[in-house]
Design a protein around this ligand. Structure first.
Ligand code: LLP
Length: 381
């Protein structure tokens, strides 16, 4: 990626830089690939990034949005998303969040338990409304991803287990202010293989047969998100393989006539267009190591500290030809505040700018005020 570093002096480091053209190309690819198949609709999983400009671009390209909190629903409404394109998931929706979504007339609640169904029914009744509901099913598919971001195994807190589904469906059908319209799934995030998605399709096909046998028609099947990105070679693979992703579903899922297939992609939409830009404060010699100390820390990008995640580190202003090996660390008082060990970089000096790549998803949005630090700003160019 070529960084417009000449424009970076207008803003304090650390900040998040988003490459507008890459984001647009990514969205165009999604639309072209999903558009090949009848009834495929993509909702952007807002949890990955809520920068208002980014949201505006995504809305402009016609995607819907998938929210997991009342705050996200508010952000999406503020960014101009039509309520009819907003779905709302989450294992613990508070009453005020449900009420806010009911008042906005969102498209669908993805419901994760029987008690939640009862609460939505009673809050909807009090407002004289009928809530569209999809039930989130836990399909017990192993997504082969990090244990913190796998969500489809049976002992997860998410969704309703297959064994208990019939009972919850009966309940949904019996409640007067609930309109049961579909099923929702999400098996995990940062999946780099397509096989788990195919496996999910086969689980869905079995379930659909059962529903059909009971005479229940489902309007939507929502398969969640999960498509991973290449954190190691972001320049080689700036746009994830959406063609294979949608083709995998098309090949494996048996939709009923008129049925919609919904997707909730987060990371794959925004990850590669974003980088955390930081300035080198000091280069410090240790006994056996050299440290590059950045002005960005784990409060700005927590993924390495939290998940041991890898983000490529690039010195984007150095003119040096010689290289050196460094540990690249932040200023925060925690040993886990480290972005990379034994990183080979051009000879690095105080004042150089460093990019932490592939940080557009779950980067800025997971930033905190730890150590009374400021939330990094955004620059979308
Ligand atoms: N739908 C549901 C129900 C989800 O739970 C998630 C992500 C998505 C869609 C979007 O998944 P994606 O397409 O982005 O994989 N903070 C972690 C990732 C957590 C993902 C949580 N759920 C990280 O930094 O890797």
């Amino acid at each position: 990626m070529i960084f417009p570093t000449e424009k970076f002096s207008q803003i304090h480091t650390p900040f998040y830089y988003y490459d507008k053209s890459l984001l647009e190309q990514t969205l165009d690819t999604i639309n072209a690939e999903a558009g090949k198949y009848e009834g495929y609709k993509v909702h952007y999983a807002v949890k990955a990034n809520v920068d208002p400009t980014v949201l505006g671009i995504i809305n402009g390209k016609g995607l819907g949005c998938d929210c997991v909190s009342g705050g996200e629903v508010e952000r999406c409404l503020m960014s101009g998303f039509a309520p009819s394109k907003i779905v709302f998931a989450g294992v613990g929706k508070a009453d005020w969040e449900i009420e806010l979504a009911l008042d906005a007339n969102i498209a669908c609640f993805n419901v994760e338990s029987e008690p939640e169904l009862e609460v939505i029914d009673s809050l909807a009744r009090a407002k004289g409304k009928i809530a569209n509901v999809a039930l989130r099913v836990n399909p017990n598919v192993d997504a082969h991803t990090h244990k913190y971001i796998t969500t489809g195994l049976s002992e997860n807190k998410f969704g309703i287990s297959m064994e208990m589904l019939d009972e919850v469906v009966d309940k949904a059908l019996a409640l007067k202010n609930i309109n049961f319209i579909g099923l929702h799934f999400h098996i995990g995030s940062q999946l780099l293989e397509f096989e788990p998605f195919a496996m999910l399709c086969s689980r869905i096909n079995d379930l659909q047969d059962k529903f059909e046998a009971r005479g229940i028609a489902l309007k939507t099947i929502n398969v969640g998100g999960g498509l991973g990105v290449d954190y190691v070679n972001p320049d080689k693979n700036p746009i994830p393989d959406f063609a294979t992703f949608f083709a995998t579903y098309n090949k494996n899922i048996k939709l009923r006539p008129g049925q919609e297939l919904h997707f909730e992609l987060g990371r794959a939409v925004v990850c590669q267009c974003g980088s955390l830009i930081s300035r080198v404060l000091y280069v410090k010699n240790g006994l056996n190591k050299k440290f590059v100390i950045l002005d960005a820390g784990m409060s700005d990008l927590i993924r390495p500290a939290l998940y041991g995640a890898h983000h490529n580190i690039e010195n984007i202003t150095s003119a040096e030809t010689e290289t050196e090996t460094y540990d690249v660390v932040g200023p925060i008082c925690e040993s886990s505040d480290c972005f990379g060990t034994d990183e080979v970089l051009p000879l690095t000096h105080r004042g150089d700018l460093v990019a932490l790549r592939s940080a557009g998803a779950y980067g800025q949005i997971m930033a905190s005020n730890y150590n009374c630090r400021k939330i990094p700003a955004s620059l979308v160019l």
